[in-house]
Design a protein around this ligand. Structure first.
Ligand SMILES: Nc1ncnc2c1ncn2[C@@H]1O[C@H](COP(=O)(O)OP(=O)(O)OP(=O)(O)O)[C@@H](O)[C@H]1O
Length: 310
């Protein structure tokens, strides 16, 4: 599969602070790629570099095989939502889009099309300054779609959305990917990308920590763990730990068990007379998989903070 975004060895400093420290990854068409990491990990800076808005000390960033600045009609190649607040408040949403479209030689018909696509028909003639953050995000996506580009980059598009908005955004990103587009979406909350991202580029401190398909990550995080529902949590924990299992209490009547197969767990509990109402294979959430993946980095950070506080 041809990569639509190729980032290779980006390095950038802001004064003494290292923002990018050898950032390298590719983004494939036809799926949503989550770009995830804590605040300050370098996600926005990477996106700005891809769009030619920030310079780098070394490394390259290509869109469809070319540097952004060499693209003749950039809106036809890549659409981006970087800062949903960046609009002229007194202009109507439709006029904002018309202004952008005309500056790139695009027609009025496309403006009305993208307004419909993002569901802003009812609000298109209202001043964008009065829009909620959710409506601004939709307007930003409409702008990104103007040139019908094969590549989309959305920086924190879930920010400030209500649950309904989050569901809409997930579905919309999925439909853009199914049309064959490469969709790169940054977020610092892994849970937002559940059921949406097919691939993940996890970053920390300016470089890639993990580059993996979501299905592989979830399978690795779920592997071999068993979920047990029991009203006798403490007794079950003691018995299973004695048999060598690693047991974690994950709810008032729930345990997550590693190190023993389900059949053996049932045997041990039955022999010990411990009642239970459910035994099933554990399916990790994206959030859990992410926590596991970044646990070492977090421990290291906590240690550093402690040392700094002394
Ligand atoms: N214009 C700037 N001037 C100085 N430092 C900057 C600037 N932009 C980014 N940085 C620094 O570069 C690092 C990477 O920031 P960046 O915004 O790319 O991270 P991020 O992963 O997008 O984080 P967030 O989720 O908070 O947006 C941070 O340490 C940040 O403080």
């Amino acid at each position: 599969m041809e990569a639509m975004i190729e980032v290779n060895g980006l390095r950038k400093r802001f004064g003494q602070a290292v923002a990018l420290d050898g950032m390298s990854f590719t983004v494939a068409p036809g799926q949503v790629t989550g770009f995830v990491g804590p605040n300050g990990a370098g996600k926005s800076t990477t996106m700005r570099v891809i769009l030619g808005l920030d310079s780098v000390e070394s490394g390259t960033a290509l869109v469809g095989g070319k540097p952004y600045r060499s693209l003749r009609r950039p809106l036809n190649h890549v659409g981006a939502l970087l800062d949903a607040g960046a609009l002229q408040p007194s202009r109507s949403a439709r006029n904002h889009l018309l202004w952008l479209a005309h500056s790139q030689g695009l027609g009025t018909r496309r403006v009305d099309e993208v307004i419909r696509l993002v569901g802003l028909e009812g609000a298109a003639r209202r001043k964008a300054g009065g829009f909620s953050l959710g409506m601004r995000q939709r307007l930003g996506i409409a702008a990104a779609l103007l040139g019908d580009p094969p590549v989309l980059m959305l920086d924190e598009p879930f920010n400030g959305l209500d649950p309904e908005g989050i569901v809409w955004m997930r579905g919309f990103m999925g439909s853009l990917a199914r049309e064959g587009r490469a969709v790169l979406v940054s977020s610092h909350l892994m849970s937002e990308l559940q059921d949406t991202a097919g691939h993940l580029v996890v970053v920390g401190r300016g470089k890639v920590v993990a580059d993996t398909s979501v299905s592989e990550l979830l399978a690795a995080a779920s592997r071999g763990r068993v979920l047990l529902r029991t009203a006798a949590r403490e007794r079950a924990m003691t018995l299973l730990a004695q048999e060598g299992a690693t047991v974690a209490a994950t709810g008032p009547d729930m345990l997550t068990i590693a190190g023993l197969p389900a059949e053996r767990i049932i045997e041990i509990l039955s022999q010990g007379g411990v009642p239970f109402s459910e035994v099933s294979a554990h399916r990790a959430t994206l959030e859990e998989a992410y926590m596991e993946l970044t646990r070492d980095a977090v421990e290291f950070r906590a240690g550093t903070a402690e040392r700094a506080a002394r």
